[in-house]
Design a protein. Structure first.
Length: 82
């Protein structure tokens, strides 16, 4: 698991955990405090809301929107070509 840490404009430290072999598409937006499992693909322009958990082997299609505090179980497909 890789952890990305940054400080938001309010001075809060925000972490995003990304599993091995996962891909995040161009212009995708990942909210703070999100966990993304292994071998997961987040499509271009997708939005993942803060405090969400995305399981392993998940495909989230282009332009998909996942709201805050969401849980997407492993092996799920969301959005385009679902």
């Amino acid at each position: 698991m890789n952890t990305i840490t940054h400080t938001n404009p309010n001075g809060e430290t925000v972490r995003v955990n990304v599993g091995r072999h996962s891909t995040i598409g161009e212009h995708a937006t990942i909210g703070g405090h999100v966990t993304i499992g292994e071998y997961t693909t987040i499509g271009e322009h997708a939005v993942i809301g803060s405090y969400s958990v995305i399981g392993s082997y998940v495909i989230i299609g282009e332009n998909s929107y996942i709201g805050e505090n969401s849980y997407i179980g492993s092996y799920s497909t969301i959005g385009s070509d679902a």
